[in-house]
Design a protein around this ligand. Structure first.
Ligand code: C5P
Length: 406
């Protein structure tokens, strides 16, 4: 595929240093960057660093005769697929909202004919100031999108919303923007469950499993990159939230089911979460104490709702395509075929999670793809990202070519 071209406008904030990492990782993902540096931005990163990493000349002067001859400010945006402003400072946001054009960055943003994504970064009070929020409301109405900021420690020593989103999340959001422009799933809604669930026994103890969420999160990212509007319902995982989608955090199976139901309707549901089959029957309000003279407590369990089955067997509002996973340790395909029928889903991806497989928590996966109509395919061992891309290509095919009957 042709490389997507990103015009990166770098504003004057300490988070500008993160744009160097963003460019490096973005190029590894197949994006091409051309940078525009504001005067304030140049106080934080140098044109040389940006040019070295992007492999392109860096632009900063609106009135440069040589730049205008080589690459006028209008052409800068015309030659890009998408414009990313990172960090988007309060000042740049205000200029955009007001339609100012007094330097190269603001002028090209006003002249832009491409979607604009902002990655805001500023002090928490600047972010929550009515002026900034008013400007953002205006930009939202103008069709500008943004990712972040995140809460946390700020470089100024204060704490709160203001940290620029991390490079990986910004890159996810960029992929989703590009997907919305030209991806096969644009206009479609997708819901993905991912990670384990935790079933509380008392306030500090729970039942859970080893699922890392890597496969489910990769599927959510691949769906977003294909243009779908994605809701990721994530159990407790150590992974950062992907950008470019709504992420709903849950703990227990019942919370996960409720979140999935709230996220519907959707065209496709992918249940990649390793939902705990059982939960402690009577979770305690207080921590269970160890008492030397007493025998260990007995843990009574009850069954959790089956999210995949519940949604797949719905009469009303069933997504057109419902996809499940089956983690098995023996007779993988045979058991998966039986599970597919029992759950009532359309496709099932089966994988071997036996002790030698390294699937749980690992980066690679070997799956068998099974369909309700009897079709079956063994995929080679692939990275989880690649498994996700294959699955999404198939989803796009199924939703596209068999309208109304996928
Ligand atoms: O029954 P088993 O756990 O092997 O089924 C796996 C599939 O069912 C996965 O897609 C998983 O996300 C889904 N599942 C679910 N709710 C449960 C149990 C499993 O959605 N309570």
């Amino acid at each position: 595929m042709e490389k997507a071209r990103i015009l990166l406008v770098i504003g004057g904030g300490i988070a500008a240093y993160k744009t160097l990492e963003l460019i490096r990782r973005g190029r590894a993902r197949g994006l091409a960057f051309r940078c525009v540096l504001t005067r304030a931005g140049a106080e934080f990163v140098t044109p040389l660093a940006l040019a070295s990493l992007s492999g392109e000349k860096v632009y900063s002067d609106l009135f440069s005769l040589t730049d205008e001859v080589e690459m006028g400010h209008i052409r800068l945006s015309r030659e890009a697929d998408l414009i990313l402003v990172a960090p988007a400072t309060a000042d740049l946001i205000a200029k955009m909202a007001g339609g100012h054009a007094d330097d190269l960055a603001s002028t090209l943003l006003l002249a832009a004919d491409k979607p604009v994504l902002l990655a805001p970064a500023m002090n928490v009070r600047m972010w929550s100031h009515p002026a900034t929020q008013r400007n953002l409301a205006q930009l939202k109405a103008d069709g500008v999108r943004w990712i972040g900021p995140e809460a946390g420690d700020l470089a100024c020593g204060e704490e709160g919303f203001g940290r620029m989103a991390e490079p990986e999340a910004i890159l996810d959001a960029l992929s989703a923007e590009l997907g919305r422009m030209r991806g096969p799933l644009r206009g479609r809604r997708a819901v993905v469950t991912s990670g384990p669930t935790q079933e509380p026994w008392d306030p500090v103890r729970f039942l859970s499993n080893r699922s890392s969420g890597k496969q489910g999160h990769a599927i959510a990212r691949a769906l977003a990159a294909a243009g779908a509007q994605v809701t990721l319902v994530a159990g407790p995982v150590a992974l950062p939230d992907p950008g470019g989608m709504e992420v709903v955090h849950v703990r227990s199976a019942r919370e996960m089911l409720a979140a999935v139901e709230r996220s519907l309707p959707a065209d496709v549901l992918v249940c990649a979460a390793a939902v705990a089959d059982w939960r402690p029957r009577s979770p305690r309000e207080d921590k269970i104490k160890k008492q030397a003279e007493r025998a260990p407590p007995v843990l009574a369990l009850e069954e959790n709702p089956d999210i995949l089955k519940t949604i797949a067997q719905r009469r009303e509002g069933r997504p057109r395509l419902v996809v499940g996973f089956a983690a098995e340790t023996e007779r993988v395909v045979e058991r998966a075929r039986a599970k597919l029928a029992q759950k009532g889903c359309d496709w099932l991806l089966a994988n071997d999670v036996g002790p030698q497989s390294c699937v749980l928590g690992g980066d690679r996966n070997r799956v068998w793809w099974l369909s309700r109509d009897g079709a079956e395919e063994a995929w080679p061992e692939l990275g989880k990202e690649e498994v996700a891309r294959r699955l999404v290509a198939r989803i796009a095919d199924a939703l596209g070519c068999a309208a109304g009957e996928a």
